[in-house]
Write a protein that binds this ligand. Structure first.
Ligand code: PA5
Length: 426
């Protein structure tokens, strides 16, 4: 199989047969999800990739993106949380080369960042934007969109600015009304898909397409993973196995799951993963707190804690198997004491560090999962998105929390909106 999951538990934490028991006991839960449960129907649009990212929709998005790519040298993605994480993760991981520069806005209220973005835009000739906001009440994208509209109108005039503006929202939103009133191009944020599950819709796919990412391969990866997870029996199901292992760790007193990888290209994918799990699972006084170790850099800081600090975390390593780059250490006659690496490939040195880290951590008693992926390409990334979303859904079902709401996020907004004088806020 392309993507595999293995587990090293040298302490051991789990009793013999405990995982197998758990998988067996969770078979009905998997069956319920695969059959399509009534309870979450209004949030399960992402489960069936073709409902919102079928070939016709992908072709439409590619056409829209082609119009932008033909003219733009900068494209500003406005959005926060689920609205920008997936496309940003893909752009940072896949680093497409031949498209417009992709800038991110609407994910902070920092005056300094807003000023920097506007200043940066002055350096580009032809700018387009997409404001992504599900109900268009979130402060960050709302105010960034106004700033961008004013900026574009000032530079290009109202009519030309309008043609450069895309907005992605629900059909009944005020954002759609704004598009109708002023001639912006409207894209759909599907009602039955929450922000953090929105990769396989206009939300995630359009910015990726503008950046030059192969969104046919992304959606095919998602589709392939869906087919796999819907067909794999409980005892072999890779997402159920991951969900069960996480749940067993939680039950055995672990509080943190650390995603560890040796490709910094995955930094923003990890941010996406953090959002998916923290926002879905962290409620009702339960859940694992998702943290990240971007190696080898972080081994020189948090690596100390991981190896010898409080035993509160287990690790999920991401192993990338493809040799997609090669840099050979040149031989050196000057004595710099690194002669033992003459002629070695950076790729192998990095892989040796990865294996050594897993060895040291599991030897030190840390439970280590290893998710091995074939490559960092669009198809694999599509599979990874779907895998983690599906596993997150199962994880939430195992702890009994609602995967698709985020009532805790509203708490700070109440105080903020009241103090900002928003009508109706109390
Ligand atoms: O996953 C979620 O639902 C959230 O993270 C939202 O995506 C985020 O809060 C942004 O919401 P909106 O698109 O409505 O601005």
């Amino acid at each position: 199989k392309d993507i595999t999951l293995s587990f090293q538990d040298r302490r051991p934490v789990l009793a013999p047969g405990e995982l197998e028991e758990k998988l067996k006991a969770s078979a009905s839960l998997l069956a319920e999800v695969v059959a399509g449960e009534e309870q979450y129907q209004d949030s399960l649009g992402w489960l069936h990739v073709d409902d919102y990212a079928g070939p016709a929709r992908v072709d439409f998005l590619l056409e829209q993106a082609a119009r932008v790519r033909a003219d733009a040298d900068a494209f500003v993605v406005i959005g926060i949380g689920g609205s920008n994480q997936a496309s940003r993760a893909a752009v940072k991981a896949l680093r497409p080369k031949d498209g417009p520069a992709i800038l991110w806005a609407g994910n902070t209220i920092s005056a300094c960042e807003m000023a920097r973005t506007l200043e940066e835009l002055d350096g580009y000739k032809s700018i387009y934007t997409d404001c992504i906001a599900k109900n268009f009440e979130t402060l960050e994208p709302g105010i960034a969109f106004r700033m961008l509209r004013h900026y574009l109108e000032k530079r290009y005039g109202e009519a030309d600015a309008a043609r450069r503006i895309f907005a992605t929202g629900t059909p009944d939103s005020t954002l759609h009304q704004l598009c109708r009133d002023h001639g912006y191009t409207f894209l759909e944020f599907p009602g039955p898909i929450g922000g953090r599950c929105s990769i396989g819709s206009d939300v995630g796919l359009f910015p990726m397409a503008v950046a030059g990412i192969d969104i046919k391969a992304i959606t095919q990866g998602m589709r392939d993973m869906r087919d796999r997870l819907f067909a794999e029996p409980a005892e072999e199901n890779i997402a159920l196995k991951y969900a069960c292992l996480r749940n067993l760790m939680l039950r055995h007193g672990y509080k943190l799951e650390m995603m560890a990888f040796f490709e910094p290209r995955l930094d923003y994918f990890a941010k996406w993963w953090i959002q998916a799990f923290a926002e879905s699972e962290g409620k009702d006084g339960t859940g694992l707190y998702p943290v990240v170790s971007s190696n080898s850099e972080d081994l020189h800081s948090i690596g100390q804690f991981i190896q010898q600090g409080s035993p509160i975390l287990f690790e999920t390593f991401i192993e990338v198997r493809a040799r997609d780059a090669s840099v050979i250490m040149p031989a050196e006659t000057k004595k710099d004491y690194f002669q033992y690496l003459d002629g070695k490939d950076f790729w192998d040195i990095n892989d040796t560090a990865r294996k050594a880290t897993m060895e040291a951590h599991s030897e030190g008693g840390i439970p280590c999962l290893n998710l091995s992926v074939p490559a960092l390409d669009a198809h694999t990334l599509g599979q990874m998105y779907y895998f983690f979303l599906f596993a997150c859904y199962l994880s939430c079902k195992l702890t009994g929390v609602n995967p698709f709401n985020q009532p805790g996020v509203e708490a700070y907004k109440g105080y903020m909106f009241k103090n900002l004088g928003k009508p109706g806020a109390n």
